[in-house]
Design a protein around this ligand. Structure first.
Ligand SMILES: Cc1cc2nc3c(=O)[nH]c(=O)nc-3n(C[C@H](O)[C@H](O)[C@H](O)COP(=O)(O)O)c2cc1C
Length: 333
């Protein structure tokens, strides 16, 4: 058993989200109570070619453990090679295989969610990776299926388990659904009840109440939170508090939220990210917009954030907003 599932700990995972769950964001989520984290996905072939951008993406700190690094690809040999490289260089707590990404550029190379249409190949990939890194646990993340007519989570779950993976995260949507519509929790619950390995449920969890309800009604061993954490990383704190004490603490004030956003921005700018070559904030705008989602007046702020270039511009947006709404609080996104 992976130690973070011992004694019914019910770990909360921060979902991997490409371009958003960077090393600084993960630090903040960890401090708020995220138990397990996974890097954004990286292409196995590109890791093997030693692309420095990717090594930056999979970087993590000791405090962030248990940490998984997520890889995607469709070739068992190159996937195994990438896993070995990761083990040798970073010693992650687990290597996670992405079988869920719906993006065209990933599906085109028969990787991500495309593998759900080829369970035999998917099994070969898991087997090869497990064999390549005997000291590092291997896990997988899937969707329920390609579309409503091909829900394969159960079949694929059994394959993943029998090939030696140690946990399975299920995003309860199909590839065709993308990121909209309801997550299919009955299917997740069914797979969680059947498999021996821990199943981590994922899809549209937005509150502590969701977590408590899912914990009570399914055999998921843990849950994974995605977009709700982007706009409100305090969700981990809220859930932990609710699980322990039955109540949700008051949300941070708008002032506190801006302090966090500006601190986050400064930390990102201080890192030697490759995008930093322009030394301005333009490339960070999507991250900043995500972080302000749900704040009072976020629509107007969004417009202003699409103009920020320097940290001073961001501080001005914050100041203006705090003057208007500083004392207000709002939970969730
Ligand atoms: C912007 C974005 C990037 C994502 N990148 C990844 C990724 O790199 N690897 C992965 O397994 N899932 C990725 N996902 C999917 C999430 O991990 C998660 O499964 C999905 O958002 C559903 O959870 P939610 O409803 O809580 O957001 C991404 C999702 C979003 C919105």
């Amino acid at each position: 058993m992976l130690p973070w599932f011992d004694n019914d700990q019910f770990p909360l995972y921060l979902a991997p989200m490409a371009r958003f769950t960077d090393i600084v964001f993960r630090d903040f989520c960890k401090r708020q109570g995220a138990d397990v984290m996974v890097t954004e996905f990286v292409q196995a072939d590109a890791l093997n070619r030693d692309d420095p951008k990717l090594w930056e993406t999979v970087d993590f700190t000791e405090e962030q453990r248990p940490m998984g690094v997520q890889i995607f690809g469709s070739n068992p040999t190159t996937m195994a090679q990438a896993a070995q490289l990761l083990h040798d260089r970073l010693r992650p707590d687990f290597v996670d295989i992405n079988f869920g990404c719906p993006a065209d550029r990933v599906v085109c190379m028969d990787a991500g969610s495309s593998m759900l249409r080829n369970p035999a190949r998917l099994g070969e990939v898991v087997r090869a990776v497990v064999k390549a890194v005997p000291e590092t646990p291997v896990t997988a993340k899937i969707r329920t299926g390609w579309d409503d007519d091909s829900i394969v989570a159960k079949e694929v779950g059994h394959i993943v388990e029998s090939e030696g993976a140690r946990a399975l995260a299920i995003h309860g949507r199909t590839k065709v659904q993308g990121y909209s519509g309801d997550a299919n929790w009955p299917v997740i619950a069914e797979v969680a009840a059947e498999l021996t390995i821990p199943v981590i449920g994922n899809g549209n969890i937005t509150s502590a109440a969701d977590v408590i309800r899912i914990r009570e009604t399914t055999r998921c061993a843990g849950l994974m939170i995605g977009r709700a954490a982007l706009g409100y990383p305090w969700i981990f704190r809220d859930i932990k508090h609710a699980l322990q004490h039955g109540t949700v603490p008051p949300p941070p004030s708008i002032q506190q939220r801006w302090d966090t956003i500006i601190d986050y921005t400064r930390q990102i700018m201080a890192r030697p990210f490759r995008e930093q070559r322009h030394s301005d904030l333009r490339w960070m705008r999507p991250k900043l917009i995500a972080l302000t989602k749900g704040i009072h007046g976020s629509r107007r702020i969004r417009g202003e954030l699409t103009q920020v270039v320097q940290i001073e511009d961001l501080e001005r947006v914050a100041q203006h907003h705090i003057e208007q709404f500083g004392e207000e609080t709002v939970a969730g996104s």
